[in-house]
Design a protein around this ligand. Structure first.
Ligand SMILES: [Zn+2]
Length: 76
């Protein structure tokens, strides 16, 4: 399948990907951006695929995070 890069590359849309659970071998559907898991996804057996840091790929989200941290400090 062709992957659209270029002008659309900066809009990283999470895609549903199947990962094999290392515990039970079941396929688990996880959301990924550039192959990195964006949200914790639990397998039926209890194994959790941890979200990976993919914020470097999306500068907008990174700056948003910084803003929130600033807010918290101001409130203290
Ligand atoms: Zn499992």
């Amino acid at each position: 399948m062709a992957v659209l890069e270029g002008c659309e590359a900066k809009f990283k849309t999470p895609v549903l990907e199947e990962r094999k659970c290392p515990e039970c071998g079941e396929d688990v559907e996880v959301f990924t951006v550039n192959g990195k898991i964006t949200a914790d996804s639990a397998c039926d057996c209890g194994y959790v695929f941890r979200a990976e840091d993919w914020s470097d790929e999306v500068p907008a989200i990174k700056s948003q995070k910084k803003k929130e941290e600033k807010k918290e400090k101001e409130e203290e």
